[in-house]
Write a protein that binds this ligand. Structure first.
Ligand code: FE2
Length: 297
């Protein structure tokens, strides 16, 4: 196995028994030289987790990842979430898996996007008290055009904000609400009264501290509805403004999927979104597991 020695953003020397190839100048790397199975093994996982913290998005190509294995691998990162919408999106026998598929029961493109909310910048599970730590996504079938996943780094998004904006949001909390974002983006498949009661709106700091790296990152995205202590419309306008400011195209990595790829991203310091595709003619089947993290601080 190759030895990779390089310096992390915090200046620590990294000595990894695998290779990393950056995917973009800002974030993301491909890990090679080890399999995903080796990556989650007890003797390597701590090193892989370092790479995950340094690069925020890690990619493994050509992975054989049956659903049960995906759940087992995801558990190395922590407790795997069972989504409030698992009845609609779960995988038979594996409620921890959230399926994103546009296929009908005969396996043909249905013309319906499985989850329109994924088309807007967000971070997984920000509408929960304990928000998403990591998400592990696997590509089964990908369209030849469209259906990319884009990632934006929220550490530099914070660092690059004008001082006046930093002062404006310092100490502020945004209220995240799945019912809000889903109603706004879908217009169908809305939450039932029971589901709504399971995921009431929850406030999180707009500038959070990453619990592992200690670095500050913006924590916002499409589930953020309002800002505590601020007029609703004023808060909405500020959230919209910030969501654009923190995702400039030049600082975004857009991943063009091939089948059998596995990406794990850090929901605590990134935003992501999917790009659209022709749901009536092309097939896209992805499955993901989200790992529960801490309450942001
Ligand atoms: Fe997502």
């Amino acid at each position: 196995m190759a030895q990779t020695q390089l310096k992390s953003q915090t200046g620590d020397v990294r000595d990894w028994p695998f290779d990393v190839k950056p995917l973009h100048p800002v974030l993301g790397c491909e890990i090679t030289g080890i399999t995903l199975e080796q990556a989650v093994s007890p003797n390597l996982f701590a090193k892989v987790y370092e790479a995950f913290l340094d690069y925020e998005v890690i990619l493994f190509r050509d992975v054989d990842l049956p659903p049960a294995t995906q759940v087992a691998f995801a558990r190395n990162f922590g407790e795997v979430q069972i989504h409030v919408l698992s009845e609609q999106y779960g995988y038979a026998g594996h409620p921890e898996i959230y399926m994103l598929s546009n296929l009908d029961k005969d396996g043909n493109p249905s013309g319906k996007h499985p989850d329109k909310g994924t088309l807007y910048w967000h971070t997984d599970g920000s509408w929960r008290e304990r928000t998403g730590q990591a998400t592990m996504m696997y590509s089964e079938i990908v369209p030849p055009v469209g259906g990319e996943t884009e990632f934006a780094d929220m550490y530099s998004a914070y660092e690059l904000l004008p001082a006046a904006m930093k002062a404006k949001i310092d100490g502020r909390r945004a209220v995240h609400n799945l019912d809000f974002s889903r109603t706004r983006r879908h217009g169908e498949g809305l939450l039932t009264a029971t589901q709504k009661s399971e995921v009431p709106p929850v406030a999180h700091p707009i500038v959070r501290t990453h619990p592992d790296t200690g670095r500050k990152a913006i924590f916002l995205g499409d589930h953020a509805e309002s800002i505590e202590g601020m007029d609703y419309d004023e808060g909405r306008a500020l959230i919209e403004e910030l969501n654009v400011m923190i995702t400039p195209p030049a600082r975004v990595y857009s991943h063009r999927w091939s089948p059998r790829e596995c990406i794990v991203w850090d929901n605590r310091c990134t935003l992501h979104r999917a790009t659209g595709f022709d749901e009536a003619r092309l097939k896209r089947v992805m499955r993901r597991c989200t790992i529960n993290g801490d309450r942001p601080f």
